[in-house]
Design a binder for this molecule. Structure first.
Ligand SMILES: [Zn+2]
Length: 272
C-alpha cells in the first residue's frame, strides 16, 4: 500500500493540473455519488492535499472530495477527455479545459463539506500527520510518551494511523533501523534520549522519502551505491526488502521477521 509520502506526491501531481482550474466535466461511477455531479460542475479546485493516506481535493464550493486508495485505487492524469488503457473501473473523473484527473478502482470515496471534515470518522481518529507543514519532532515524542501508546511495541505503533498518520510498512522498518530501536520495545522501555531520537528520525525519513520519491537509505550510502552504478531498487532502502544482505552500517546480516501481521526487516547488530 502506498504510504504517506507516496500519497502526498500523487496529490502534488493532481494539484499541478487541477489547482485554480474550473471543472468543465465531472463524472462519478458509484451510484451514491452521482447526485453530487452538479455541485462540482464549474467548481474551481482550490488545493489538493493529504491527511495520512487520504487524498483531499478542496473546491471553492466548500466541498471536499475525500478518497483513500487502500490497496487497489489509482489516480491517472491525462489530457482532457483522454483515458488510460486499463481494465480498471473508473470511479471519478475531474476534467478541466486541459487535463483530466481520473481515479480508478478505489471504493473509499466521499464528497464532504469542508466544515465537517474533522468529524469524518477516518480523519477524526488520525494522529498528527507526519508530512504536515506544522509538525515538529516534539509532537511525535509527545505521542510516544502518551499513555495510549507508551506501553505498546514500537512495531505496532508505527503501523497505527492514530499514533502518527502517514506511516506504513516500509517506513516502519526504515525508521526503526535508522533510530537503532528494537521493534519489540515499547516507548516506556526507552530512555528519553532514544524517544527523542526516534521522533526526529521519524520526521527526517518521512520527509526524505517524500522529497526523493521513496528513498529512505542514508544519503551518504545512497551516494556511494549510485556511484557504483546500482539502480534505485538497490539503493533505495537500508533494510526493507534486504533479508540476508549485509547491513550498510555494521556489515551484519539483515533479517526478515513478521510483526503485527506485516513483514519487518531488522539488523540485529544495530537494533539488538
Ligand atoms: Zn547493522
Amino acid at each position: 500500500m502506498p504510504e504517506g509520502p507516496e500519497v502526498r506526491r500523487e496529490a502534488d501531481q493532481i494539484g499541478e493540473v487541477l489547482v485554480n482550474q474550473r471543472l468543465t466535466e465531472v463524472f462519478f461511477g458509484p451510484t451514491r455519488l452521482k447526485r453530487h455531479r452538479k455541485a462540482l460542475l464549474n467548481a474551481t479546485v482550490q488545493r489538493v492535499t493529504t491527511k495520512g493516506k487520504a487524498l483531499l481535493i478542496f473546491f471553492d464550493t466548500g466541498n471536499v472530495l475525500y478518497s483513500h486508495n487502500q490497496l487497489y485505487g489509482r489516480w491517472y492524469i491525462k489530457a482532457a477527455g483522454e483515458q488510460p488503457k486499463t481494465n480498471r473501473t473508473l470511479r471519478v473523473a475531474l476534467t478541466t479545459a486541459s487535463h483530466s484527473a481520473l481515479l480508478y478502482s478505489a471504493t473509499d470515496i466521499f464528497l464532504l463539506n469542508a466544515l465537517e471534515l474533522d468529524q469524518f470518522p477516518y480523519l477524526a481518529k488520525l494522529g498528527p500527520d507526519v508530512l504536515s507543514p506544522t509538525i515538529v519532532w516534539r509532537d511525535i515524542s509527545r505521542q510516544l510518551l502518551d499513555k495510549r501508546f507508551s506501553g505498546r511495541s514500537v512495531s505496532a505503533l508505527f503501523l497505527d494511523q492514530s499514533f502518527v498518520a502517514g506511516l506504513g510498512n516500509y517506513l516502519r522498518s526504515e525508521i526503526l533501523f535508522a533510530a537503532q530501536v528494537n521493534p519489540a520495545l515499547r516507548p516506556r522501555d526507552l530512555e528519553l534520549r532514544q524517544v527523542n531520537e526516534l521522533a526526529r528520525t521519524t520526521l527526517i525519513l518521512s520527509t526524505q522519502s517524500y522529497k526523493t520519491g521513496g528513498i529512505t537509505n542514508h544519503p551518504s550510502t545512497v551516494k556511494v551505491l549510485r556511484k557504483k552504478g546500482f539502480s534505485k531498487s538497490r539503493y533505495r532502502f537500508a533494510v526493507f526488502g534486504r533479508a540476508g544482505k549485509p547491513c550498510y552500517r555494521c556489515g551484519g546480516k539483515i533479517s526478515r521477521i513478521s510483526a503485527n501481521g506485516r513483514r519487518l526487516y531488522v539488523c540485529e547488530g544495530c537494533q539488538g
